[in-house]
Design a protein around this ligand. Structure first.
Ligand code: SF4
Length: 346
């Protein structure tokens, strides 16, 4: 950590107080705020509408902590994976997923992850630290610039489904949503934002109480405690009964129908019996289901279910009147698909 505080952890009022205490004019705070949030300057020297003495003072007292793009890989399907370097040299990944009129940014919330989901490449990396809220904001901003540059389109959706468990970096994740939706910083609609969780029940309820108006996705992947615990150890302390209660609380409090994410993995969760287990779980509260084609990773010996199995699985859910989308894998040739993010730079 730098010894200097990050200026983007300060409110406008904090910056105003600092300016007055240090003999500068209070109105400069607005100019600084505009440049560091809306224009995304990476150094204080780029704030060219304030006096040089103030730029120097900012340099002495604060850090911007800007995220830098280190590398970019483009998939044959147009998906773009971006490797980001943080102020301390640590690496996270983000992905731009173009799909017709939709431009989705998938962003990371932690360096590594502590949850060890067996099918996920990030789960094999140690959790090194939480991202600051502005580091999540910067990923969105940089991916947005790529969307404009490559596809001449603005971002339409943001999903917190990259590296890390967002609800274990709760405060910074919630702050990043507030920054993205604040009209003085970006002004995105919260309806365009989806937070994904592996199922931290206590935090799902807390999030429901925040009144953020964002969407929620639950990475479920099995609807039987024994099978879920085998691939997602978090299920030992946050079992399906507790998860169902948390999701019911979410729906009751927010009125927003959550999505259940389900990677269909051969010989693990792809059989008819498992589809019926999913029906029973999903019938307990209003929800939508995304069935996702699994992307094998080098760390583990899982394989994707074949197309016929996935279609059969989807048909069972539909017969029970559930809303189901089958999601094709995107960017797998560059390890950018769901569960493949591992900070590889080759
Ligand atoms: S699926 Fe999400 S929570 Fe699980 S290990 Fe991967 S990044 Fe962490």
């Amino acid at each position: 950590m730098p010894t200097k505080p990050f200026i983007r952890n300060s409110s406008l009022a904090d910056i105003q107080s600092w300016l007055v205490e240090n003999g500068f004019q209070k109105f400069r705070a607005q100019q600084i705020f505009e440049k560091i949030w809306k224009q995304g300057v990476q150094t204080f020297n780029q704030i060219n509408n304030i006096p040089i003495a103030l730029r120097e003072a900012l340099n002495v007292h604060f850090s911007i902590g800007a995220v830098q793009e280190k590398m970019r890989q483009v998939s044959t399907d147009g998906t773009i994976k971006v490797i980001f370097e943080l102020h301390d040299g640590k690496i996270v990944e983000g992905v731009l997923i173009p799909a017709g009129t939709r431009m989705t940014a998938c962003v990371s919330s932690q360096v590594g992850c502590s949850l060890d989901c067996k099918f996920c490449a990030t789960g094999y990396l140690p959790r090194e630290r939480n991202l600051e809220s502005f580091e999540i904001f910067d990923q969105v901003k940089l991916i947005h610039q790529i969307a404009l540059e490559k596809y001449d389109q603005k971002l339409s959706n943001i999903v917190y489904m990259g590296m890390g468990e967002p609800l274990l970096n709760y405060k910074n994740v919630v702050n990043s949503v507030k920054q993205l939706t604040d009209e003085h910083k970006w002004g995105l609609s919260p309806k365009r934002i989806t937070l994904s969780t592996s199922g931290i029940t206590k935090m799902i309820k807390k999030l429901a109480d925040e009144d953020l108006n964002v969407n929620l996705a639950l990475s479920l992947h099995a609807a039987n405690d024994e099978k879920r615990s085998a691939i997602m150890p978090i299920n030992d302390s946050n079992n399906l009964t507790d998860l169902s209660a948390a999701m019911q609380y979410w729906v009751g409090k927010t009125g927003i129908r959550p999505t259940l994410e389900y990677c269909v993995i051969a010989d693990t969760n792809a059989e008819e019996e498992e589809a019926i287990e999913l029906v029973k779980f999903a019938k307990q509260f209003p929800c939508k289901i995304n069935l996702i084609e699994y992307n094998p990773i080098s760390f583990a010996d899982f394989d994707k279910a074949n197309v016929e199995k996935i279609e059969n699985f989807a048909a069972i859910l539909q017969r029970h009147n559930l809303i189901v989308n089958v999601r094709r894998s995107r960017g797998k040739d560059i390890d950018a698909a769901c569960g493949q993010l591992a900070g590889k730079q080759d």
